[in-house]
Design a protein around this ligand. Structure first.
Ligand code: HSE
Length: 310
């Protein structure tokens, strides 16, 4: 049996208010860990999953880490290659924090690292997407790309992959509050209308473009003015308890912006520094405490490295 390696793949925020399926941001923590080693048996075998309360499948074709790794193996085309995975889930799934994407990223990173990096990280995206597809039923790279590459990313296209990293204002902090309610990504996508009124398209496009300019200029006021989702957020807000109340209190406490993280139910706020983040987090969490709704609260900086071999 060969020695194992450990991969860390971070959680991520996606959409970031105005960039549905196009913007994503990697968190320092939490993140999944995957122990991987070569095996004499060809293919992928998942020997254990920890921290998932038995809710994730060991069958590699049904598991995001296994499926992404199998897609990469298929591409590499050596039928003798075999790997064993042990997955340690360190974040809630079905939360909007990119849990399925983190595991999918960990799967491709593990194979690529054990084989001494035949592919660049950017080239791993299509295989990681194959894994993510099992969980969300759709292809979108706004969690995969930040978890893999780190930083704040703009996904112009996932097929072919065209992903751009944005410069990140120093000191940017994230608060994320995850209420214990289940929102499946598939369901949160199914509630969305297929069409967008022209006027809304114009406003959303203007906000997304200005958001990107704000990141290039380190202009927190411009980012704040632009972090408004008039298309997707209003259609999903009802899935998340006290969403508007929490958003209002985060903004009143000094957050740059506050919106749904990915498909929810996690609500996140971007803050200019860790002190503001602490104040914002307390106010957001208080609303759930006062209403006796259980939650987890996460504080994080922006992870600049993405997935790594530890
Ligand atoms: N951008 C996706 C969505 C992320 O909002 O549906 C889901 O993981």
């Amino acid at each position: 049996m060969s020695a194992g390696i450990k991969i860390f793949a971070p959680a991520s925020l996606s959409n970031l208010g105005c960039g549905f399926d196009t913007l994503g941001l990697a968190l320092d923590a939490p993140g999944d860990e995957l122990i991987a080693r070569f095996s004499d048996t060809p293919g992928i075998r998942i020997t254990g999953i920890f921290g998932a309360k038995g809710k994730l499948p060991l069958d590699p074709t049904l598991n995001t880490a296994g499926r992404s790794a199998l897609a990469l193996l298929d591409h590499l085309g050596d039928p003798k290659l075999g790997f064993e995975f042990e997955l340690h889930k360190k974040m809630p799934f079905g939360s909007g924090l990119g849990s399925s994407a983190a595991s999918a990223v960990a799967g491709v990173m593990a194979v690529n690292e054990l084989l001494r990096r035949p592919l660049e990280k950017m080239d791993l995206i299509p295989f990681a997407l194959e894994g993510e597809k099992i969980a969300s039923g759709d292809l979108h790279a706004d969690n995969i790309a930040p978890s893999l590459l780190g930083g704040v990313v703009l996904v112009r296209s996932h097929d072919p992959v065209d992903v751009l990293r944005l410069p990140c204002p120093p000191g940017l902090h994230v608060v994320a509050v995850y209420p214990y309610v289940e929102v499946l990504t598939k369901d949160a996508r199914a509630v969305l209308k297929d069409t967008v009124p022209l006027k809304s398209m114009v406003k959303q496009a203007a906000n997304l473009a200005s958001f990107v300019v704000g990141f290039y200029r380190t202009d927190l006021d411009l980012i704040s003015r632009s972090m408004k989702d008039i298309v997707v957020e209003p259609q999903r807000a009802h899935l998340i308890p006290h969403f508007y109340e929490i958003q209002e209190s985060a903004l009143a406490a000094g957050a740059i912006g506050c919106s749904i993280s990915g498909a929810g139910p996690t609500i996140f706020a971007l803050c200019g520094n860790s002190f503001i983040a602490e104040e914002v987090g307390e106010r957001m969490a208080k609303i759930y405490s006062d209403n006796r709704i259980e939650y987890d609260l996460f504080y994080s900086g922006v992870n600049q490295d993405g997935a790594v071999k530890c």
